[in-house]
Design a binder for this molecule. Structure first.
Ligand code: PXL
Length: 269
């Protein structure tokens, strides 16, 4: 069985953070492991408190899982603390698997989720270690200073982010001509990912699920474009079939079918 690791915060309402990542990994037939970075008190209505886990304790969790169950791919979610970001960046040099960084900095509604010092540490030290970063539109704007109000601006932002030393970037959450539009860019390839834009409030955790689906597919051995296109189909269906839970911004449905090639049981590890 392939393995994917998430290094992320806890959302007790189960729609975002490590809970969303693990459910998404599982739905792709991938064994999920998780290193917890922070706890939140939240539901679909609000986040009322955050408890960061001591950076040394987070690193100890990481050592414990990596030395025992090495993953084929990993992702990060909410990291919170600049010291943790720096220490993780130091360890990421040694990773022999692709690292997907979801730079959880600003919510899709524009709310800040990370302090200024942590954003600096993320941009300067961690992002250059990533195989792929998956910012939403606001995070991409914050990273490169370009306002994304058109496809041309989204391309310019992706290009500017690549020039910051990032290998590949997937900008999520564009909305143009009534479509949901994401953009995958690498040094050699540009790929628009488009889907219908569903009229729903239930998008809590959609960014986490999208980047977790890419990570699961990378763990299964997909090429990047294939992983991003498959993940886009998964998140689009998960939003379309959202279960309507909670009194606020409800979760997406991570139990929708994921299309993937199961790994060949005969293949050598
Ligand atoms: O979707 C970003 C995110 C990541 N991680 C945790 C969160 C959220 C948003 O609520 O709670 C733990």
């Amino acid at each position: 069985m392939k393995v994917a690791l998430t290094i992320a915060g806890s959302d007790p309402s189960g729609g975002a953070g490590l809970q969303a990542d693990l459910k998404t990994f599982h739905q792709h037939g991938v064994y999920g492991t998780c290193v917890v970075t922070l706890l939140t008190v939240q539901n679909t209505v609000s986040v009322s408190d955050i408890l960061p886990i001591d950076a040394g304790f987070v690193l100890a969790q990481l050592d414990a899982v990596l030395s025992d169950i090495p993953p084929q791919a990993a992702k990060t979610g909410a990291l919170g603390d600049p010291e943790l970001i720096r220490r993780l960046a130091n360890r990421a040099h040694e990773f022999s698997f692709p690292l997907v960084i979801d730079p959880v900095m600003i919510s899709k509604h524009g709310q800040p989720l990370l302090g200024e010092r942590a954003i600096e540490a993320l941009a300067d030290e961690l992002l250059p270690q990533a195989y792929l970063i998956t910012p939403n539109r606001h995070e991409a704007e914050r990273l490169c200073g370009i306002t994304i109000e058109s496809r041309e601006a989204m391309l310019a932002a992706a290009d500017a982010i690549l020039r910051m030393g990032v290998a590949n970037v997937l900008i999520k959450g564009g909305e143009f001509e009534g479509h949901s539009v994401d953009l995958l860019c690498s040094a050699t390839e540009t790929c628009w990912l488009e889907s219908e834009r569903w009229r729903t409030l239930s998008t809590h955790g959609s960014g986490c699920v999208f980047s977790a689906a890419v990570t699961a597919r990378l763990a299964l051995g997909d090429e990047l474009t294939e992983a991003a296109c498959g993940a886009k189909r998964f998140i689009s269906a998960a939003i379309r079939d959202a279960p309507g839970l909670g009194k606020g911004v409800g979760p997406v449905n991570m139990a929708v079918a994921a299309e993937f090639e199961p790994p060949d049981p005969e293949a050598k590890p």
